[in-house]
Design a protein around this ligand. Structure first.
Ligand code: PRP
Length: 191
């Protein structure tokens, strides 16, 4: 594993390795390049988890793109979102007529993305699509929600490539399993 892994017994096996991530990000970039051939998409990264993925994805798109960021905080426990999202940092740009692609590290329940899509749609963009590196397996309707998907992930906490636990491990190159006390089947995720 690369990325200055710390000696933490809770860090487990690699779930998606750096090489695999790199290849998939290039593929996603090519798909977006094709789909937005005559448009300049606005990539909206959701902080903090999306920052690594967004940086790599933006450089894999062979089109003019613009970038902006939002920071949100979900009400709920530290490991489960409730679907009620507070916007901590809003966009700098006006979305009127823009082709927006929301960039996320993970869709776990999908509640954050659903809320954000609704909220951005109200600002009269031309379109809003969602691109997510990880999509939780077995969650109803996530497949329809997320237009561009990196990898399915089984239940369990994962860290790395932007995803954290308690703000740690975002810098790992691989996506790695992380054992928590909630591990016995909660299906929630760190990030
Ligand atoms: C994670 C992730 C998504 C959300 C996914 O963010 O980045 O925003 O949870 O969960 P959901 O699909 O169940 O709504 P987190 O709150 O951990 O913040 P972070 O991106 O700053 O790590």
């Amino acid at each position: 594993m690369t990325g200055a892994r710390e000696d933490d017994p809770r860090l487990g096996e690699i779930v998606v390795g750096a090489d695999e991530i790199r290849r998939r990000v290039v593929e996603l970039g090519a798909e977006i390049t094709r789909d937005y051939a005559d448009r300049t998409p606005l990539l909206v990264g959701i902080l903090k988890g999306a920052f690594v993925f967004m940086a790599d994805l933006a450089r894999s798109i062979d089109r003019p793109v613009e970038v902006d960021f939002m920071a949100v905080s979900s009400y709920g426990s530290s490991t489960r979102t409730s679907g009620v999202v507070r916007i901590l940092k809003d966009l700098d740009v006006d979305l009127g007529g823009r082709d927006v692609i929301l960039i996320e590290d993970i869709a776990d329940s999908g509640l954050t993305l659903r809320y954000l899509r609704r909220s951005l749609m109200a600002r009269q963009p031309a379109s809003v699509e969602i691109c997510c590196l990880l999509v939780r397996e077995g969650v109803p309707d996530l497949q329809d929600l997320v237009r561009y998907q990196g990898f399915p992930v089984p239940p369990g906490w994962v860290v790395g490539y932007g995803l954290d636990v308690g703000e740690r491990y975002r810098h790992l190159d691989d996506i790695v399993a992380y054992k928590t006390h909630e591990d016995a089947g909660s299906g929630s995720v760190a990030g």
